[in-house]
Design a protein around this ligand. Structure first.
Ligand code: CAO
Length: 427
């Protein structure tokens, strides 16, 4: 008969959130195998199995709040699965009764002490210890000799999950490890800057650390080219201003960014290779038939990229309304991970701040990012005389493995044409 496995005594915590479910129905597990990870304000814990057997049904999901006694899963006990790292005393424990609490959970820090680094692995213990990952993922990384500190986490709040470690290993194997085809870089020296003057140390925010890892990965793994261009937005700006006046009373801000999103959707339709990602093997291109546009938003804690979904089916006013909500949510730290996933191409607009051009970093696995700088009234030769035209600088960075130079120039030229005909972007 299946037994109910419930949350054991987890100390002072009344209600904690499930952040990872590590087993599924049909899995054969051994005593002490981790079942779920839970997180409170203070600690992350894994709840281990009290005994081995086959999982019949999992009764929790990521995001659930659980406390002592909550049902985790139903287990069909069976002695086949060998216990891993089970203390002798527990191996000899007689079969537990139904509603058996799992053994006490292990805090992340404690489990770190239990595993020695592989002598062959060059693991930076400080960054390994700082990595945000569960004990089982740490153990897995140790076994493979992976320095967790170098792995970008795709889990909730940037948590490193098992698949991230696997992807990291795959990437290292396909790229070489430091000599030959791989990237060999000298380690950054540790320098005491205070020897030259007064300094202060500021902790990086979580977002800073997370985006730093992704930007670094994208910078070194994606061969970037940046195509510069200028779009004539004289008529667009006039239209935007008149629409802005019309919608002001309704509390909707009609921004340049809304027009740019519509223009990028048109560009993705015109040149579908921009709406694609390379698969993990690097041998196939996955072409997307949906149009989700990421927007780089600067917040006091760092850069976030929320996504406007299905922008092709939304009007300019719908998009402008959504942009207002998104930017507010971003600044209020209310964006959920799902609000920042599934983007096809990103727009990074620095126009409101300044600058003439820049080279944005592709938000991989997307293959292109459109940078926008400050527009400027410019004398433009019309064949007979110079005319004052409002010109918008565009900086399109793309992954040269997927997009060739001709298409890069075609994309920005096309953007120029659609932005010049702004009425076509309103619907
Ligand atoms: N040229 C000149 N002025 C511009 C402009 C441009 N290209 N784009 C916007 N502006 C002006 C607007 O007219 C507006 O002026 P008013 O306040 O006088 O009306 C002001 O700048 C603010 O514009 P906005 O409200 O339309 O906002 P935005 O579209 O400029 O910016 C957002 C929105 C979320 C993109 C922005 O707040 C932001 O976070 N930008 C930074 C993104 C970033 O950090 N990118 C770097 C990523 S690294 O690759």
């Amino acid at each position: 008969m299946a037994k109910e496995i419930v949350i054991p005594d987890i100390g002072d915590f009344d209600s904690v959130e499930v952040i990872e479910v590590l087993v599924e129905a049909g899995d054969t597990i051994a005593a002490e195998d981790s079942l779920i990870s839970v997180e409170s304000d203070k600690a992350t814990m894994e709840i281990p199995a009290p005994e081995g057997g086959v999982v019949v049904e999992v009764n929790v999901a990521v995001g659930d709040q659980v406390s002592q006694g909550s049902l985790i899963l139903l287990l069909e006990p069976g002695g086949d699965a060998p216990a891993v790292e089970t203390p002798v005393t527990q191996k000899n424990t007689p079969a537990p009764a139904a509603s058996q609490p799992a053994p006490a959970p292990q805090p992340v820090a404690a489990s770190l002490q239990q595993h020695r680094p592989s002598p062959t692995a060059k693991i930076d213990e400080t960054s390994f210890a700082r990595a945000y990952a569960s004990p089982s993922v740490r153990k897995f990384a140790r076994e493979l000799g992976v320095d967790l500190g170098r792995v970008a986490g795709s889990g909730r709040k940037g948590r490193v999950i098992k698949d991230d470690v696997k992807a990291f290993v795959k990437q290292v194997l396909t790229q070489g490890t430091g000599s030959g085809s791989g990237l060999a870089v000298a380690p950054m020296p540790e320098i005491d800057f205070s020897q030259w003057g007064e300094v202060e140390t500021q902790k990086l925010s979580k977002i800073n650390k997370l985006t730093g890892k992704f930007l670094h990965r994208n910078w070194v793994t994606v061969p970037h080219v940046t195509q510069f261009d200028q779009a004539d937005i004289t008529e667009l700006d006039a239209l935007r201003k008149s629409m802005a006046a019309e919608y002001k009373d309704k509390g909707i801000k009609i921004t340049m960014l809304a027009f740019l999103i519509k223009a990028v959707v048109a560009g993705l339709r015109e040149l579908p290779r921009f709406n694609a990602s390379l698969d993990a093997s690097g041998e196939n291109l996955i072409l997307k038939h949906y149009f989700n546009i990421g927007i780089a938003v600067d917040t006091p804690d760092g850069l976030v990229v929320p996504v406007v979904r299905d922008a092709d089916s939304k009007s300019l006013v719908d998009i402008a309304t959504e942009l207002g909500d998104i930017s507010q949510k971003a600044r209020d730290k209310k964006l959920k991970p799902s609000d920042m996933q599934g983007g096809c191409m990103t727009i990074s607009s620095l126009g409101g701040i300044g600058g003439t051009q820049f080279t944005p970093i592709v938000n991989a696995p997307e293959v292109a990012i459109l940078g926008v700088s400050r527009h400027k009234m410019t004398p433009v030769w019309n064949g007979e005389n110079f005319e004052p035209r409002l010109m918008l600088p565009l900086s399109l960075s793309y992954d040269h493995r997927v997009v060739d130079g001709a298409d890069g120039a075609r994309f920005t030229s096309f953007m120029g044409r659609v932005l010049a005909d702004a009425n076509g972007l309103v619907k």
